[in-house]
Design a protein around this ligand. Structure first.
Ligand code: PMP
Length: 285
């Protein structure tokens, strides 16, 4: 396995960043996870656009031009012969003597690109039974719209989910509304057949899968409401699901031990999941 680290393609076992890398010391770094399908990045332009935005919001220099980054990513995929799986891209503000203040502007940002082959039948199989979620109080900072590697609340929440036999944790804000999952966006389909998901203006990461699913819903003329919803609404919903680049649409069949609908993946989420790549594939590379 070959990994790209700071200008070099190196064997996985030798892939290292410095002990004073700011990603390591301050979580002063941002990342993207993209789905690879048939050897191509799904929604590449949107992922690279969001990476750019994360960098800008944190006043972090880009490690290279977008065209160069595209070349590096495809080279990592090629060298690892990954056709189905994910690619992980991480940029940190670089390595410098530990100091809260930004390092000298000549400090090169760190860039790491790691590809991973994943058998797509795994996710397809999970989607046949659906997943369980738990709710947990929102403990994250106010800028979750930036995709940083400061993911400790997400780690703890997803760990708690696993310990409760669930696959995802949905954060609940102080007003009692669900924000999003530890690594996914949250959705319900109401009894009157409306797709509901929280607006991306505040409290969530604007998921790429979320955006593309909104495109698909618009194309199909489905009723969509971008508004916050509560755990009680989830319990009364016809269907529920999460979206993320790694699992596309994944049905949710239980929340905090309560069955949603008949406790099995619903027809609408199953259908949308099957259609998702049609629309993702029709988008420009
Ligand atoms: N919210 C959070 C907190 C996430 O970590 C992710 C996964 N990157 C998402 C939402 C889903 O985003 P995307 O569809 O771009 O993978």
């Amino acid at each position: 396995r070959i990994v790209y680290v700071n200008g070099r393609y190196v064997p996985y076992a030798d892939a290292q960043v410095h002990v004073e890398d700011r990603g390591f010391q301050f979580a002063d770094s941002v990342y993207e996870v993209c789905e690879i399908r048939a050897g191509r990045i799904v929604d590449e332009a949107r992922h690279l656009g969001r990476l750019d935005r994360s960098l800008e919001e944190l006043r972090m220099p880009a490690p290279m031009a977008e065209s160069g980054l595209r070349v590096v990513i495809s080279e990592v995929l090629r060298r690892n012969r990954v056709r189905e799986g994910t690619v992980y891209i991480q940029v940190s503000r670089g390595a410098a003597r530990r100091d809260f203040l930004f390092p000298h502007e000549a400090t090169p940002p760190s860039l790491v690109v790691i590809a991973r082959g994943i058998d797509p039948s795994k996710s397809a199989k999970a989607a046949q039974s659906g997943i369980k979620v738990i709710t947990t109080p929102e403990t994250r900072w106010d800028r979750v719209d930036i995709k940083t590697t400061g993911l400790l609340p997400n780690v703890l929440a997803k760990m708690a989910a696993t310990e409760h036999g669930a696959k995802e944790a949905w954060f609940v804000d102080r007003d009692g509304f669900i924000t999003e999952g530890g690594s996914s966006n949250a959705w319900i389909i109401t009894a009157d057949d409306r797709l509901v998901t929280r607006p991306a203006e505040h409290g969530i990461l604007r998921g790429i899968t979320r955006t593309t699913l909104l495109d698909l819903a618009a194309e199909e003329g489905l009723a969509v409401e971008e508004r916050p919803f509560t755990p009680d609404e989830v319990k009364a919903a016809r269907e529920a699901f999460v979206t993320s680049a790694t699992n596309i649409l994944m049905p949710v069949v239980q929340i905090d031990g309560h069955r949603i609908g008949d406790g099995r993946p619903g027809p609408q989420v199953t259908r949308l999941r099957a259609r998702f790549h049609d629309i993702a594939a029709s988008r420009p590379i």
